[in-house]
Design a binder for this molecule. Sequence first.
Ligand code: ZN
Ligand code: ZN
Length: 136
Amino acid sequence: MSTESGIRSRITLLLIWIGSAALAITIYHCIARRRSRARAAQQLPRQYGIETMETRSSVEISTAQHIPAFKFQKGTGLVGGDGTCAICLNEFEEGEELRILPECLHPYHVECIDMWLHSHTNCPMCRTDATPSPAV
Ligand SMILES: [Zn+2]
Ligand SMILES: [Zn+2]
């Protein structure tokens, strides 16, 4: 055995050793992280569960209430597109109450969008957030 091949095999051994050590460290970190994440997940619902629900219901009420309603009048040009409500697919009739979402300007019947906003906070057509941006 020449010295050179001896060194080479020693280097190979060293590389394998480093490789497995790195693997062991990676696995250890993965397990540790998963453990701490599981612990956080156990604590989270208790801390934020009630809070999130409260925030949501207040958003539900305010979202619909903060969008101004108006009576539809044909030919005013206020309602773009084909003049139909994307929720019930009916054409807007003269004198019907509508809401136009502040962000994307999609029009809906008051009853239709109020029902939708009861469980959602975005536009049913384009998913844009329907919550009016806070007044600056
Ligand atoms: Zn409708
Ligand atoms: Zn929209």
